[in-house]
Structures are given as structure tokens and as C-alpha cells.
Design a protein. Sequence first.
Length: 231
Amino acid sequence: MKKSEPNYRIDEILDLQNPNLKKYLQERGLSSKIYEYIKEVRFTIGEKKLYATGFENLSGGFELRNSFYKGSLLKKDISIINLNSNVQDILNIQDKNIKGVAVFEGFMYALSFIEMQKSFSGEILVMNSIALLNKSIEHLKNYSDINLFLDNDTAGMKCKSQIIKSFPEAKDHCGIYFNHKDLNEFLIHLTKNDDAIKSRKQSEKFPEADKLEEIKQESEIKNADGFKRKR
């Protein structure tokens, strides 16, 4: 029996450029700090030409996300990111032999961690699917310091239980975002609160901002003396 051809193809893999994708990431609480860990993937499914943020796995496949699409292309696999931080965390200062890893279910949660962290210098393991839990557990044997940032839902709890069963010393950090389903939801919450605080401070500092701008423009007109000023 002839094997059917896939109805998709990858057209281009680029550094992130598309403003719509940048806006999508911004809405997820992510800044340009994380751009180096993703790609812009342009692809075709059937007759439709699409583009999305792409996160590569160990087999060269991609997890894809944009504001209306969630999927993957090519072979499914786990992803590993090495964070070469110049600032060593406390654990690494205490013991140079400790090899730390932070574990996530999906890449948006891993990117959220990168966005938020300042001193973690180990590696990041992204499962990309709970179906790859056993492969993830096998890979975690390479680390002596395992940190879990899994989802606060049934699937996440099940994954956490299985990992801790294999590695009793693994540390569970989901309590940091216990009121939220996952780390990205928590980051979005923090970002919105931060924006609200900044907006309130700006309003308190410049209560008559519109009036000040009006005065500034009036002054510029008076100083123009009949000719246009260069801008």
C-alpha cells in the first residue's frame, strides 16, 4: 500500500519578523527577550498559506502557535534549551557539579520562564506533549537538580506525580502560580497588573498631560517666526 503524502509543507524558516506574531507574543506577556529561542515558520496546509511562531524540537520538528492556530509539523519530540546565564544561581555557586533543569509541558510556559528568570543557568526541557512523558523521564536521568513547572490541572498533576516517583528529589514549583492554570497565565496576570500600576502612576504624575501638550504646541508655533521648524 502506497504511503500517503502529507498535506503540508514548510516554505520558510526565519528569524522572527512578522509584526502580528510579535503582537501575539506581547499579548502572552512575552518580550523580545525570548526571540532568540523561536523562529517564524511559514508553511502551507492544503491550499492555505500560514505563518506562526515555531519552537524546534530535538528531531527538527516544530511546535507552532499564533493567535488562531495551534499545531505541530514534522516529527514530535521533546525540546532542550541551554541557558548560558552569566549570573550563576545559588545552587551552582554551592556545587559546580550540579546540573539543573527546569521542566515544562509546553513551550509557551518555557518562554514565560525565560522572560521572568534572571539567574537560572541550567537547561530547560519542554515535553511538547504529555505523550512524551516517558521519554522526558528518561532524559531527566542526565540531571541532578530537577525543577518542575507543570500545569495546575489533572494532566499536569499526573505528570508531576510520575516524575517525582522516578526522581523523589525533584522540586515542584507550581505553588508559585497556584491561582493560575500555568506559568504563562500567571505571567499575563503580572503583566496586566504592572501595566495598570504604570498607567496609574503616569496619571498621578501628569494629571494635566493633555493641557501640557497643548501649551507645548502653542509655544512651538510662537517660536516658529514664520518658518517651519525641522523635526
